[in-house]
Design a protein around this ligand. Structure first.
Ligand SMILES: C[S@@+](CC[C@H](N)C(=O)[O-])C[C@H]1O[C@@H](n2cnc3c(N)ncnc32)[C@H](O)[C@@H]1O
Length: 498
């Protein structure tokens, strides 16, 4: 292999090219070898890295601020800069180690050159952009990965590396997966379309799509098109949702006329999937402490055609008003706040912003939310605890501690719950994880997800009531809805208008 080829250290995103068309204004400034990356893109990458490497917010948010401030950048240029920023974040430990004693956040231009040379090779850089940094850059690129410590090679902070390493025998495959991006999955809204028909339509339109292998509702794009302007999206036939997240909604297995609660609903990814499984029947309460996130659900709900969802902002898991809903729900989903370590392919910056202290803080909230939300489950009802974390501390350990303190709940086999709906759960998932539902990038090709299905013993016999009126919310729950709706005015007002 020629030496320059050896220097391409990062796998290159399929969509990006080092040869960007130069803008007219740039050409006027100076002529440049057309086979190299235009200088203005190197400069933008350095400035974007200066901002994003502060790690004081999610990379996608910081990047969109950067692009707003630099609105003269066209969409292809934005794509190029974004891909390079994400590559730098995926390989930040390695870049840091190579650049030492220089530090990427203080030398973002050098970090930009290292990133671009690692993606496209030194020959893609204009010698005037490299300037006096050539020697330093060559020394940086010549360092051998095998000399770095294992956590650096895994591109994880030490505390997280140790946990993943000790927990998963196939940890090396996990490390390999988190060095790549994630595909774009969508869920077909069962109220408005059939998966196979939408799949055919997309294929006829020339889109590169396949059915998701496990979720019966999903479609996977082999590239990553922008879909939000498509009629299928605007009309609510499809929504963006990772296959793993679709399956968590299926773990809830709601029936059409039931009372269901999505306790940590956020912007409603799983709420929408559960509502569609309920065919918009029954009542679906969507709680969250973050009113702004709940508001993000409103346009999605409008597109989806669901009319059974009640988004309600709560103060916290001890909100007094929840007292009126005790033992009222057939199903409760807790999509708990978590470290998000299952989504590192999508959110490569997350690992550098997390800490062990943060993990412990989140862990306390998880236990407390599970404790409180479990009280809403009626006798014989189901409780699903889920996270997008790959850490046992946030998953099995939380549920095991809860079960030890609550003999009135027992664990169901999550794979059987899915198979009862015709979902083909991979044998490896069943064999490795028993009653738990665990998805991992290296096993299922999805984000990492955890789900546990618990059932409250049917200690109190269900009241026999004539269907269907009897299954409608009681006056008491209606009054809670009205009361809480007032406090969550911005969400619920829009909701009422639908
Ligand atoms: C994993 S996210 C939910 C994602 C969402 N279910 C989805 O599918 O798009 C966890 C959510 O829990 C919420 N949360 C945090 N603490 C909470 C609490 N004490 N009670 C209820 N929700 C809480 C956060 O605001 C966040 O939206």
């Amino acid at each position: 292999m020629p030496k320059k080829e050896q220097r391409k250290r990062f796998s290159r995103p399929a969509s990006s090219s080092p040869r960007r068309p130069q803008r007219q204004s740039e050409r006027r400034v100076r002529e440049q070898d057309p086979n190299t990356i235009p200088s203005y893109l190197v400069n933008h990458l350095a400035q974007a890295l200066r901002m994003v490497l502060k790690l004081d917010g999610p990379a996608d948010v910081l990047l969109s601020v950067y692009f707003k401030r630099n609105h003269e950048l066209g969409s292809r240029d934005r794509g190029f800069v974004a891909e390079a920023v994400y590559a730098a974040l995926r390989h930040l430990a390695g870049i840091r180690w190579r650049m030492a004693p220089a530090v990427p956040e203080r030398s973002p231009r050098l970090a930009a050159l290292v990133t671009l040379a690692s993606l496209y090779g030194m020959e893609a850089l204009d010698s005037r952009d490299v300037g006096n940094d050539r020697k330093a850059l060559e020394a940086i690129l010549d360092k051998k990965d095998s000399d770095a410590d294992p956590a650096t090679r895994a591109e994880l902070p030490g505390w997280l590396y140790e946990r993943v390493r000790s927990q998963y025998p196939d940890h090396d495959l996990f490390f390999k997966e988190i060095a790549t991006g994630a595909p774009l999955d969508i869920r077909v809204n069962l109220l408005k379309g059939k998966r196979d028909e939408v799949l055919e339509q997309l294929k006829d339109e020339g889109k590169k799509v396949v059915a998701t292998p496990i979720s019966p509702d999903g479609i996977r794009f082999l590239d990553k098109p922008g879909i939000t302007h498509w009629p299928l999206y605007q009309d609510g036939v499809i929504d963006v949702q990772d296959e793993g997240s679709q399956l968590i909604a299926r773990l809830v297995a709601p029936k059409r006329r039931e009372m269901v609660c999505d306790f940590c609903a956020g912007a409603g990814g799983k709420t929408l999937a559960i509502g569609a499984l309920m065919r918009s029947g029954g009542s679906l309460y969507a709680f969250d402490v973050n009113e702004k996130r709940l508001q993000g659900m409103v346009p999605r709900l409008r597109r989806s055609g669901l009319t059974n969802v009640h988004p309600i902002a709560i103060r916290d898991e001890h909100d007094k008003r929840l007292g009126r809903l005790l033992r009222k729900f057939d199903r409760v989903l807790i999509d708990a706040p978590c470290t998000g370590t299952g989504t590192l392919r999508r959110n490569p910056d997350l690992r550098w912003r997390l800490s062990e202290d943060e993990l412990h803080r989140i862990n306390e909230i998880q236990k407390s939310v599970l404790e409180s939300a479990s009280r809403l489950v009626k006798a014989g009802g189901r409780l699903v605890y889920a996270t997008c974390s790959v850490l046992k501390e946030e998953n099995q350990a939380v549920v095991e501690a809860f079960l030890a303190a609550h003999p009135e709940f027992h664990l169901l086999n999550a794979s059987e719950v899915l198979e009862g709906q015709g979902v083909k759960v991979p044998a490896e998932v069943k064999d490795r994880f028993g009653p738990w539902f665990v998805m991992l990038p290296q096993v299922t090709g999805t984000d990492g997800f955890f789900g546990a299905v618990l059932e409250r013993d049917p200690d109190a016999p269900r009241r026999r009531k004539p269907a269907p009126e009897a299954e409608a919310p009681s006056e008491e729950t209606e009054s809670v809805k009205a009361e809480v709706t007032e406090t969550a005015a911005p969400v619920s007002e829009e909701q009422k208008a639908e």
